[in-house]
Design a protein around this ligand. Structure first.
Ligand code: CP3
Length: 347
């Protein structure tokens, strides 16, 4: 399976491609299910979650399936309830902003708390066996902490920064609980059948390198090192962090995900120069601007060609977007992108 080969930096017959948020609202067959069920109901019903996971693979020749789930799912078992509001995404009503707010918060127990996710992984794995690998995922500690402290998606991240700067003990305690939870949550996904893991640090782009190094990297490192011996490759995607890639690499991962704010060749060059770079370098994932998919098909191809040319046929490139697909993307453009990437001559 060429995506696994690329993760291990071995030669491939064509560049593998999968897309963050490849299942979702841009697909009419997803919207049809969404009319009847809420997003959480979809996640919690393994038959539905399996169907939705497979929807994009039925349309496009994608090189991986990613389990239909969400980074917030482990929070419920930790004692931190959340809901999805219709327009604003995730909402946490009881935010953690002081030591007292952490009372009763515990490490997740996957078999007890997310049995539906593990069952979905088993079902999807049986469907894709021998065809494409299945990716399991989790949020990184900082990104989950940002939801737990802010209560929702945030513009300035003022509350979490106030906690980091003003009450570092409570911040550290929260990050410890999240870190321990994420490690067991990812382990359970591998035991259930996930063949690759991705850790999403979606919101670290709000931080200075100074704060990332001191207040995020140590915990991300604990997660990435905590899952490094499970026998599956791990993709570390720190969104908005192209100005601090050497620090991201220090946290770990076999594959480093790159957003679109840096050219792929320049990102790869920086990763090669870090002390942590394995012999032969890191594998990289990326990095087309997701909004490029709204353009005319010929422009989608021109931008994809630029990314592919910068990879120069080097082993270890997983084509992806620099962040997730948005609902307005025409499915025909996704097909055009996938076919174009596969048609590109590698090596
Ligand atoms: O990639 C995939 O196809 C797998 C499914 C997946 C979802 N969420 C489903 C989803 C994955 C990998 C995620 C990860 C996730 N969730 C992240 C990290 C990735 C990233 O974008 O940085 C984050 C930050 C979340 C939190 C989250 N979940 C937000 C901010 C939102 C609302 C925004 C939005 O796009 O609606 C969600 C809801 C969500 N998660 C949806 C889906 C398909 C939309 C639900 C709907 O149909 O209304």
């Amino acid at each position: 399976m060429r995506l696994l080969e690329a993760c291990h930096r071995r030669p491939v017959d064509a560049t593998p491609i999968w897309l963050m948020r490849q299942a979702g609202r841009y697909l009419p067959e997803y919207r049809a299910i969404k009319e009847k069920l809420s997003f959480i109901e979809m996640c919690k019903d393994p038959a539905v979650a399996t169907e939705v996971t497979l929807q994009p693979l039925q349309r496009f020749e994608l090189d991986a399936a990613i389990v239909f789930a969400d980074i917030l799912l482990p929070l419920e078992g930790m004692g931190i309830g959340f809901r999805f509001s219709r327009d604003d995404g995730p909402v946490i009503d009881h935010t953690v902003r002081s030591a007292a707010d952490l009372e009763g918060v515990r490490v997740v127990e996957p078999a007890r708390d997310v049995p539906y996710l593990l069952e979905t992984i088993r079902l999807v794995r049986a469907e894709v066996e021998g065809k494409v690998p299945l990716i399991g995922f989790a949020g990184a500690p900082f990104t989950l902490a940002s939801y737990v402290v802010e209560g929702a998606h945030s513009r300035h991240y003022a509350e979490i920064k106030k906690l980091m700067y003003g009450d570092p003990q409570t911040y550290a305690r929260l990050m410890d609980l999240l870190t321990d939870s994420i490690v067991v949550y990812l382990q359970a996904q591998v035991e259930a059948g996930a063949q690759v893991l991705q850790v999403f640090d979606s919101w670290v782009g709000c931080l200075s390198p100074y704060d990332y190094e001191r207040l995020v990297l140590p915990w991300s490192r604990r997660v990435l090192h905590g899952v490094s011996d499970l026998g599956v490759p791990v993709i570390h995607f720190a969104n908005g962090a192209s100005s601090m890639l050497p620090l991201v690499a220090r946290a770990g991962g076999d594959v480093v995900g790159i957003d679109w704010h840096i050219d792929l060749d320049e990102a790869w060059r920086q990763l090669d120069e870090t002390a942590e770079s394995p012999s032969g370098g890191f594998a990289v994932q990326g990095n087309l601007d997701p909004i490029a998919l709204l353009g005319p098909g010929a422009e989608v191809e021109a931008r994809a060609a630029d990314v592919l040319a910068r990879a120069r046929g080097r082993v270890g490139h997983l084509f992806n977007l620099g962040h997730g697909l948005i609902p307005a993307v025409p499915p025909d453009n996704v097909k055009r992108l996938v076919d174009f990437v596969h048609g590109w001559k590698v090596g």
